[in-house]
Design a protein around this ligand. Structure first.
Ligand SMILES: C[S@@+](CC[C@H](N)C(=O)[O-])C[C@H]1O[C@@H](n2cnc3c(N)ncnc32)[C@H](O)[C@@H]1O
Length: 242
């Protein structure tokens, strides 16, 4: 197992994310009934809203958001995906080549709490389904938000697509039953990685509500926070400005 570079402290979840890549994409497709692809496309559109020239996909994993951005962006947009898991990045590079966008993107290994980029460099930072990992019970949550703020230009946007908590109590109960009764067993069966999918179940069912995420972003100094619920609020897109 490789060590993430420039880590100031031991990184939560790193071992798990070096283990899950072989079946990561297929499990995502199954447990979201294929909807995750649409959610990342919508996030890519939100990333491109203000015609950014420099975009970072934070916790890019196997590269789906990066690839969606590359497909929709102009050729002069600089698109970078960063992740601390080398196996995830290897998959991302293969997928970018297959998608015909390898020349438009670069994938780099690095940690969210010590980003290897200069201050005020990016017009947009996008993050798909890694915000929960970087904030839920993560002692380094503040460090991650401070790093995003540091690398964003003033007026730059942080676009977050992440699982959420449906507002309606009935739908929320159904969603939690779905995660415990379907997502967890299928994830464990297909990935053969029980630890990873137990963590997924716990973190999804207990993750913060949109207003708690809003408070967290506000406390970190972000402004103009908007939220778009998707699938009755089981997922959603936050957009905020530095
Ligand atoms: C649930 S996956 C999401 C991957 C991808 N963005 C997607 O939409 O499928 C979370 C990703 O965040 C990465 N990650 C978690 N903590 C990180 C950190 N501190 N620094 C860099 N990457 C991190 C993991 O390696 C993993 O690839």
């Amino acid at each position: 197992m490789e060590n993430p570079p420039r880590s100031p402290t031991p990184q939560p979840l790193h071992g798990m994310f070096t283990a899950v890549p072989p079946r990561y994409d297929i499990v995502n497709r199954i447990i979201t009934l294929g909807l995750d692809s649409r959610w990342r496309r919508l996030a890519a559109e939100a990333c491109l809203d203000n015609n950014p020239k420099t975009i970072l996909d934070l916790g890019c994993g196997t590269g789906d958001l990066t690839i969606n951005i590359a497909r929709a962006a102009g050729k002069d947009t600089e698109i970078t995906g960063i992740d601390y898991s080398q196996p995830m990045l290897e998959k991302a590079r293969q997928k970018a080549t297959k998608a015909g966008v390898a020349k438009l993107v670069r994938f780099t290994q690095g940690d969210a709490t010590a980003l290897p980029f200069p201050d005020v460099y990016f017009d947009c930072v996008g993050i798909s389904f890694a915000f929960r990992n970087l904030t839920y019970k993560n002692p380094l949550a503040q460090a991650h938000l401070a790093e995003v703020k540091r690398v964003l230009k003033p007026g730059g946007r942080y676009v977050i697509v992440e699982s959420s908590q449906p507002k309606n109590p009935l739908i929320r109960t159904f969603f939690q039953l779905y995660v415990r009764g379907f997502v967890a067993p299928v994830g464990i069966l297909v990935s053969r990685n029980p630890g990873a999918y137990r963590y997924l179940t716990e973190s999804i069912t207990r993750f913060y509500s949109p207003s708690e995420v809003r408070d967290m972003l506000k406390a970190a100094g972000f402004r103009d926070i908007s939220y778009r619920p998707l699938l009755f609020g089981a997922t959603g897109i936050h957009v905020t400005i530095k």
